[in-house]
Design a protein around this ligand. Sequence first.
Ligand code: G6P
Length: 608
Amino acid sequence: MCGIIGYVGENQAAPILLEGLSSLEYRGYDSAGIAVFSDNKINIQKAGGRLSVLNQKTDNGKAVTGTVGIGHTRWATHGKPSDTNSHPHLSKSGRFAVVHNGIIENYIPLKNKLIEKGFEFVSETDTEVIAHLFEYYYKTDIVEAAIKVIGHVKGSYALGVLCSDYPDRFIAVRKASPMIVGLGENENYIASDVTAILSHTRKVYYLEDDEVVVLKKDSVKIYNIDKDEVKKQAFTVDWDVSAAEKGGYEHFMMKEMEEEPTAFMNTISPRIKNGRIVLDDISLTEEYIKNINKIFIIACGSAYHVGMVGKYLIEKTCRIPVEAVLASEFRYCDPIVTPNDLCIIISQSGETADTLAALKEAKALGAKTLSIVNVVGSSIANLSDDCIYTWAGPEIAVATTKAYSTQLAVMYLINIYFAEKLGTITPEQYSSLVAELQKVPDMIAGILAQKDKMQYCASKFYNCHSIFFIGRNIDYAVALEGSLKLKEISYIHSEAYAAGELKHGTISLIENGTLVIALATGKMLYDKTLSNVKEVKARGAVVLGVTTADMPDKEDLGDYLIELPDVNEMFLPSLTVVPLQLFSYYVASLKGCDIDKPRNLAKSVTVE
Ligand code: G6P
């Protein structure tokens, strides 16, 4: 999705803006641009394609002088990727330059109105409406103009705005699209994502919807919709700068897979004290947990796949009905949610538009909401009744690995915590689960240490046109994630199927040499999945089996076999997924794909 950075200070703005934009590249984009005050004029430079084109055009920013500016990477929604459609957009007279993340839903009537008033549009974007609206409502006060503009637009926006009448400042506004203010010494920033400013400052303000902020080099003033000044508490971001750098790895994805054991441990260890799970972060009492009628787990993409794992786990361990729902479906399916239902919302970024909207819907229906979020201070974290943070640190690769891993970790904590309160596990089972949970990071590290096995498997199959993943129960939930990972970064067609369901249609796609990755880690269902493996082998499939080292008859499972350490079945998803992540990585690498920035995808999807 689009990225925003803004700078005001004593240094040259353009190189800082370009550096910030480069750390936002991972969000996904197809053009980039900057606007800087140079000699009391707004100098705009933009270019379609990769940021390197803009860097070249501006001599890495050196050709654009000035100490106040805004920058943007655009992920096209309204209008194709092109120089004209890239941001910043200028108002009619050139007085205002605007960068925008999000979507202005009522831009057509606004555009028609502005055309009637004599404004001309040069781009196909919804954003240009904002630039002209600023000019239309502006008298002498940019904050008042901003309040007027936000009173007329519908949709989501994070805006950075320069006005040529005030070359010592710029303003920013947000609604349902992420934006933070970074506070420095004689310099201040805005950014859509903390990673863009992490090398300059860790002190930040989180903006609320429809707050207008005016940034000068030595002051930051925030106003509400009534133009009253708002005082805010600054937060210190404790993410390590090096966590957002490649640190010698060829790709962020590999670095982040290697970080999985630490991220997992960082997520569970502060919440286990003297062998007991302590969830200080949440206000759910034992009485509340005992009265939960149903749990909804709501999320998108990989986070939804964690929800699927959660469904199988919580139903089995806690005996509470659980429905895992895609956020984009939940919001429009008129869900039957009652005040005795708990809605668990999962999101790495905490900003995914559909997930945020689903959270609002769940709250409106009276349910209690508990979020599992990675980005501190994000909209979903702020809005939910309770939030358990995953401590994965910044995740840069579009394809999630360590954040997924930490979301599973939180799911295990919740499951064991609830089960103990409900009395569905014995005190002995509780202690043994807590003890075993703490061994999972080392087991993940052990699998990562044998990554050459997956590199070898990838070398055998990277030319495949289609790859199927099968599994039952929790293995099916992990199969969904394995298949998504492969599709995302290697562009190989792939499907994940509940192993028993394949024969109801999809088996017709199996032919000589088709790769089927069979996950069979659960002891109860091993024989059932083995039968499904036999069915596909009889039709010519080559099978890569994933199972545990202690599984009897494991050799029958596949032509190639990946063995996982033996652990309580509850925690197996954390192990099963690792070879699948590695397999996708190596397949994509052998195919020469852009692993960290796969085509058409965005890390944080802030539009519907
Ligand atoms: C995008 C990403 C996925 C991610 C999904 C949900 O589609 O490419 O990797 O799982 O959004 O993101 P969230 O930030 O809500 O976890």
